[in-house]
Write a protein that binds this ligand. Structure first.
Ligand code: NAD
Ligand code: GLY
Length: 352
C-alpha cells in the first residue's frame, strides 16, 4: 500500500492507495468512537460484506444515487440522522461512494458540531483520482454546481482500486475526464496516457494513474488549499464543463471531457495554448471521448447552454468568463473572455 501525505494548516491528512487499504486501516479507524457512514444505494447493494465487516455497529445512511441528490434535502437528512444517532464531537463519519457521496458526506462532517473527523472511501475512478482528495465539500443549489460548501480536509482517504471492478464503463470514462485534466497539468500523467488508450480498462494502469493524480493534487492543495492561485489549475475544462453538465444532464466527468475539448480549441484559436502541444492534448481528450458508451451531446444550443457559465464560481463580477486552460506542456494559464466573445468562440469550437 502506498502512503501520500497532504499537510494543510488544519490537518496532516493521509491518503492510502492499494488493495489492502481497507483491511489495514479500517479496524483502527472504526474503533474507539461512534461511527456514521454515508453511502448510496448502488454501493450499499454491491458491497454488503464491506458494511458487515467494518460497520456493523455504525449508523448507515443510504442515499439515492445521482447528482440530483447532491442537495440540501440529502444534507438535511444526513445531519438529522447524525443527531438521531447521538454522535459527538469525537465521532467519525465515513463517506463510502463516488464524488457525490464524498462531497455531501464531507460537508455533513464539516457542519456537524462544527466539524467531526471524516474518512473518505472513494469507490469511483473520478472520486479516487480527484474528488476524495483536497477537502472540497459541497451541495448544489438553484441549478448552480457546488455553490454551498466548505473546505474541510478528510483525516484519511482510503483508495482501493478493486472498487473499479464493478464500475460501469461509462463511469470509467467519467474518471478519465478528471485524469485528462491532470494530463494537461503534469508531464508524468500526459506521458502515461499518450498512446496508451488500449490500457484504459486495466486495473494496474488505472492504479498507476490514480497514484500519479493524487500525488499531483496533494502538492497543489498543500500550496494553495483555498484556491486563491495555483489550485485554480485543477479547474481546467471545468468552466465550460459545468455549463454542459447543467444544461445537458451529462455526468460531471463526461462534461469535463467536452469542456476540455472545447476550451483547448478556444485557447489554441486565441494563441493562448501552443498549437503543437494543444493538438497532442486533443488526441488524448479524443481518445477518452472514444471510450464506449459513446455520447453525442447536442451542441446546437451551446450558445444557450453557455449562460450557465455565468453562474460559475470561477467568475467574478467583471462580466468576463474565466477559464483555466492548458498553455504548453506542464503549463497552464487563466484565459478570460467577455461573455459575448466567450459564447461566439464556444460556438466556433463546438462546430469543429
Ligand atoms: P457519483 O458519485 O454519482 O457516482 C457515479 C455512479 O457510480 C453512481 O450511480 C454510483 O452509485 C455508482 N458507483 C459508485 N461506486 C461504484 C462502484 N464501485 N461500482 C459500481 N457503481 C458505483 O459520481 P462521480 O462521478 O463519482 O462524482 C461526481 C461528483 O463529484 C460531482 O458531483 C462533482 O461535482 C464532484 N467532484 C468533486 C470534486 C472535489 O474536489 N470535491 C472534484 C471533482 C468532482
Ligand atoms: N477538483 C478541483 C479541486 O479539487 O480543486
Amino acid at each position: 500500500m502506498e502512503l501520500i501525505t497532504l499537510k494543510t494548516p488544519s490537518m496532516e491528512g493521509k491518503i492510502y492507495v492499494g488493495e489492502d487499504v481497507l483491511a489495514q486501516r479500517l479496524p483502527a479507524l472504526t474503533s474507539g468512537q461512534k461511527n456514521f457512514v454515508v453511502t448510496d444505494e448502488n454501493v450499499f447493494a454491491l458491497y454488503p460484506d464491506l458494511f458487515k465487516t467494518y460497520f456493523s455497529d455504525a449508523k448507515i445512511c443510504v442515499l439515492e444515487a445521482g447528482e440530483e441528490n447532491k442537495n440540501f434535502q440529502s444534507l438535511y437528512r444526513i445531519l438529522e440522522e447524525m443527531t438521531g444517532a447521538g454522535l459527538h464531537r469525537t465521532s467519525r463519519l465515513f463517506a463510502v461512494g463516488g464524488g457525490v457521496i464524498g462531497d455531501i458526506g464531507g460537508l455533513a462532517a464539516a457542519l456537524y458540531m462544527r466539524g467531526i473527523s471524516c474518512v473518505q472511501i472513494p469507490t469511483t475512478l473520478l472520486a479516487q483520482v480527484d474528488s476524495s482528495v483536497g477537502g472540497k465539500t459541497a451541495v448544489d443549489l438553484g441549478g448552480v454546481k457546488n455553490v454551498v460548501g466548505a473546505f474541510y480536509q478528510p483525516q484519511e482517504v482510503l483508495v482501493d482500486p478493486r472498487f473499479l471492478k464493478t464500475l460501469p464503463q461509462r463511469e470509467i470514462k467519467c474518471g478519465l475526464g478528471e485524469i485528462v485534466k491532470y494530463a494537461a497539468l503534469s508531464d508524468r500523467i500526459f506521458d502515461l496516457l499518450q498512446g496508451n488508450e488500449k490500457r484504459y480498462a486495466e486495473l494496474d494502469f488505472l492504479t498507476a494513474l490514480i497514484t500519479a493524480c493524487i500525488e499531483h493534487k496533494a502538492r497543489v492543495v498543500e500550496r494553495d488549499e483555498k484556491e486563491t492561485g495555483e489550485r485554480r489549475s485543477l479547474n481546467v475544462g471545468h468552466t465550460t464543463g459545468h455549463a454542459i453538465e447543467l444544461s445537458s444532464g451529462l455526468s460531471h466527468g463526461e462534461s469535463v471531457l467536452y469542456g476540455m475539448a472545447l476550451e483547448t480549441q478556444m485557447a489554441m484559436e486565441y494563441g493562448v495554448c501552443e498549437k503543437a502541444y494543444g493538438e497532442e492534448l486533443m488526441k488524448i481528450v479524443r481518445s477518452a471521448l472514444a471510450v464506449e458508451p459513446l455520447s453525442a451531446p447536442d451542441f446546437s444550443n451551446i450558445a444557450e447552454d453557455a449562460k450557465k457559465a455565468r453562474s460559475d464560481k470561477k467568475n467574478s463580477d467583471d462580466g468576463k468568463i474565466k477559464m483555466a486552460v492548458a498553455k504548453a506542456k506542464n503549463e497552464w494559464t487563466t484565459f478570460a473572455l467577455p461573455y459575448e466573445e466567450y459564447v461566439s468562440a464556444l460556438v466556433r469550437a463546438a462546430r469543429k
